[in-house]
Ligand binder design. Structure first.
Ligand SMILES: NC(=O)C1=CN([C@@H]2O[C@H](COP(=O)(O)OP(=O)(O)OC[C@H]3O[C@@H](n4cnc5c(N)ncnc54)[C@H](OP(=O)(O)O)[C@@H]3O)[C@@H](O)[C@H]2O)C=CC1
Ligand SMILES: O=C(CO)COP(=O)(O)O
Length: 333
């Protein structure tokens, strides 16, 4: 297939290499032309994925329209806050029959929209059946080294989801199919917020009990939000649900867990983000998720605590105490 990957961070680059290794004809687009030229000169992404060389069938492109026009499948791998503008920049092209696979995990600030909703708004000529998400526990650092990984290709159209499965599946990258797009996108995005809480627990020096509590009660609040939005509860026990939540809360690779760990150690958010080159989606998503939850009347205490620690300077020990001292509750509500 002819596949274009938009976004040359660690995940876009990893997926472009995976797809090119499957002998697809792959184009990788970077939003800064000088960076695209460096990628082509080095045949390696020295900034975001050092040490992994590009296969011959991976072409770096500078022109967004050429990249999109050439593709049968378009993979959007820019940070979630850049997805709307990136999509709008090619909305006037003929997108008939093209499948758009989003891999960015986030909830849009100000609108509370999922990434597929953002794509549908930014690309008015595209139908829901053309859109898919590829989500699940998949740190780029491990996928790039062909370590065993499982993900889920999801679309409201099972045919589209199967096309995505076929395009990406390898013996090291096992792709399942799902059609519950709401559940997959909500779970795969809100887990970044819960992973910040897990990192805060690490930074405060708490142990395995606290980590298990955050994962389990985090899943409970993700499940409440998803259910309110009409998702299938079974998705929460799948790869984009508990799978991605566990990997992000536990992994040394996770940028969201890292941000949390630094907050737990008492550092300021601006200082932490100022020295990171990579994106930690849970920071912006915490605000969007909290607003969405408030609008829908869904109780999300861990998300609220993360927001207060990140944006209202609430000291982490106080936030944990407040969480623990809430009124005792039944486990399921
Ligand atoms: N890394 C991973 O393991 C995984 C990441 N994801 C998701 O993939 C998405 C992309 O993350 P990832 O690849 O890790 O990102 P990185 O943090 O590795 O890099 C960020 C990339 O986004 C680019 N970028 C920044 N601003 C813009 C913009 N306005 N328009 C277009 N591109 C922009 C950066 O380019 P530059 O530096 O040149 O400005 C850089 O290429 C995120 O939503 C993330 O949650 C999902 C699964 C795994
Ligand atoms: O989504 C991811 C793994 O599945 C990446 O998580 P981080 O953005 O926290 O590194």
């Amino acid at each position: 297939m002819k596949i274009t990957v938009l976004g040359a961070g660690s995940w876009g680059t990893t997926l472009a290499i995976l797809l090119a290794s499957k002998r697809h004809e792959v184009r990788l687009w970077a939003h800064r032309p000088e960076f695209a030229r460096a990628l082509e000169a080095d045949r390696e992404n020295k900034r975001y994925l050092k040490g992994i060389l590009f296969p011959a069938s991976l072409h770096v492109v500078e022109n967004l329209h050429d990249a999109v026009n050439a593709a049968e499948m378009i993979v959007t791998a820019v940070p979630s806050h850049a997805l709307r503008a990136t999509a709008a920049a090619f909305a006037d092209l003929n997108l008939d029959g093209k499948v758009i696979v989003n891999v960015a995990k986030g909830i849009e600030r100000n609108t509370g929209k999922r990434m597929s909703e953002v794509l549908l708004e930014a690309l008015p000529a595209v139908t829901p059946e053309q859109i898919a998400a590829l989500y699940g526990p998949s740190h780029a650092e491990e996928v790039a080294r062909q370590q065993p990984t499982t993900v889920v290709a999801c679309s409201v159209s099972e045919t589209t989801a199967r096309q995505v499965q076929e395009a990406f599946h390898t013996s090291a990258f096992r792709v399942y199919v799902n059609t519950d797009l709401i559940g997959v996108e909500i779970a795969g995005s809100v887990k970044n917020v819960i992973a910040i809480a897990a990192g805060i627990s690490d930074g405060l020096g708490f142990g395995d009990n606290a980590k298990a509590a955050i994962i389990t009660r985090g899943l409970a609040e993700i499940s409440r939000l998803s259910a309110k939005l009409g998702a299938d509860p079974l998705t929460m026990s799948g790869l984009s649900g508990i799978g991605d939540l566990v990997v992000t809360c536990l992994s040394r690779h996770s940028r969201n867990r890292y941000v949390g760990e630094q907050i737990g150690k008492g550092r300021k958010l601006d200082d932490i983000l100022g020295e990171m080159s990579m994106v930690a989606e849970g920071v912006l998503s915490s605000k969007a998720v909290l607003e969405l939850a408030n609008r829908l009347g869904v109780d999300m205490p861990i998300t609220r605590a993360v927001y207060e620690m990140l944006f209202e300077d609430k000291p982490a020990p106080q936030a944990i105490l407040d969480l623990m001292e809430r009124e005792p509750k039944p486990e399921n509500y």
